[in-house]
Design a protein around this ligand. Structure first.
Ligand code: PLP
Length: 392
């Protein structure tokens, strides 16, 4: 079957809710993928930040195979060893608390919204402050928190107020008697690789402490080592009360998680409060455990720091060469290059030249290679980018 045949099947049978490039990946290994026609590509945006270990990491494949032979699924009214072990691992690498498992980033944020509301219900507080430029997913409450893409889906759940990102005074002035939580991404991914400023994050934490608000960090995109630390909050020395995870936690299997600190667990996490049929089943939690192991064994946090610095400086060099590049920003391997013009065409040209990247917010090229990326691969990607930008 050729790509055009798959496209014909989609046109007949799959709802067209996505913008899709006329391109189909047949297999992947590490930072490389091959299309259906056998052409090789360097993937510098693997799986929309899901494939943080690259494609088909051997440890993840091994863990999935092993688990699939033993047991795929058990319901959450029984105990499951791998779920307990993965929760222990996540907590051990983040902050003292407990974990709720689900299947996606939106569900992790949905759980966060429900839990903070339950926490606030005693004092009649339910309102959540979120940030302009945020992205928290596509369920109705997550959309309300996101503050866009909701046209035609109203009415949205109430109780969300959006304020400018990185603007402490606006946040402080918007907090009212009904406010219970503040949610933010430390690096806004869909928002164009906008990095939270450390002073701002410290002030937000202090405000939350003072007003008894819960602080939620959405680490769906930044988590699991991408920024060179297990979680982006570790760059800031500021801990959240709740943290949402998904994407590279499973390196390709659908898993989401919400970590809730000890401050609130007793009051909200009672049986029957919230549920997910698949949440944390043996298959996905085995994969999650293998992701932690692979990062530890491969010293991939160190690689993310080193390769992130190498890639960033190469992108800075491109900025010096092309005046239409306005800024290079990001932490570790979560990088963006803002242009003074739309970038979609450059993404297409890069793909045709063998490099997969992304464009968000119309003008920001998003470059987020896997944590196993090498200098040679970065050099190769930069050569392609240079060639493509040179035509721009
Ligand atoms: N939160 C953030 C920061 C995200 O980047 C995304 C997805 O891009 C989500 C939540 C939603 O995740 P999902 O698509 O798995 O529901």
């Amino acid at each position: 079957m050729k790509t055009k045949d798959i496209i014909a099947l989609y046109e007949k049978f799959v709802l067209s809710t996505y913008h899709r490039a006329p391109f189909s990946i047949a297999k992947g290994k590490g930072s490389k993928v091959w299309d259906l026609e056998g052409k090789e590509y360097l993937d510098f945006f693997p799986g929309w930040a899901v494939s943080g270990l690259g494609h088909c990491h051997p440890d993840v494949v091994h863990a999935i195979k092993n688990q699939a032979r033993k047991l795929l699924h058990v319901p959450n009214n029984y105990y499951s060893l791998k779920q307990a072990q993965l929760a222990q691992k996540i907590v051990g690498r983040s902050f003292p608390g407990r974990v709720f498992f689900c299947n996606s980033g939106a569900e992790a944020m949905e759980a966060a919204i429900k839990f903070v509301r339950k926490f606030g219900s005693k004092s009649g507080r339910y309102e959540m402050m979120t940030m302009e430029g945020a992205f928290h997913g596509r369920t109705l409450a997550a959309l309300a928190a996101t503050g866009k893409y909701y046209q035609g889906f109203e009415p949205l759940p109430e109780g969300f107020k959006q304020v400018p990102f990185n603007d402490f005074e606006s946040l402080k002035n918007a907090v009212g008697p009904k406010t219970i939580a503040v949610a933010l991404e430390l690096i806004q991914g869909e928002g164009g690789i906008q990095v939270a400023n450390p002073e701002y994050v410290r002030k937000v934490r202090a405000l939350c402490d003072e007003k008894k608000l819960l602080l939620i960090f959405d680490e769906v995109q930044t988590g699991m080592g991408r920024t060179g630390k297990w979680f982006a909050f570790q760059h800031y020395g500021v801990e959240p009360d709740l943290m949402a995870l998904a994407k590279s936690l499973g390196s390709g299997v659908p898993i989401g998680a919400l970590v809730v600190n000890n401050k609130i667990k007793e009051e909200v996490l009672t049986p029957g409060t919230h549920a997910s049929t698949y949440g944390g089943n043996p298959l996905v939690t085995a994969a999650g455990l293998s992701v932690f192991k692979a990062i530890e064994k491969g010293k991939l946090l160190k690689n993310a720091v080193e390769m992130g610095a190498y890639l960033k400086s190469a992108l800075e060099t491109l900025k010096g060469k092309y005046s239409f590049i306005k800024e290079v920003r990001g932490i570790g391997l979560m990088l963006g290059m803002e242009l003074d013009r739309p970038g979609a065409e450059l993404v297409t040209q890069a793909r045709e030249a063998g490099l997969l990247i992304n464009c968000t917010q119309e003008r920001v090229l998003r470059i987020m290679p896997a944590m196993i990326v090498t200098k040679r691969q970065i050099d190769q990607a930069i050569r392609v980018l240079d060639q493509v930008l040179g035509q721009g």
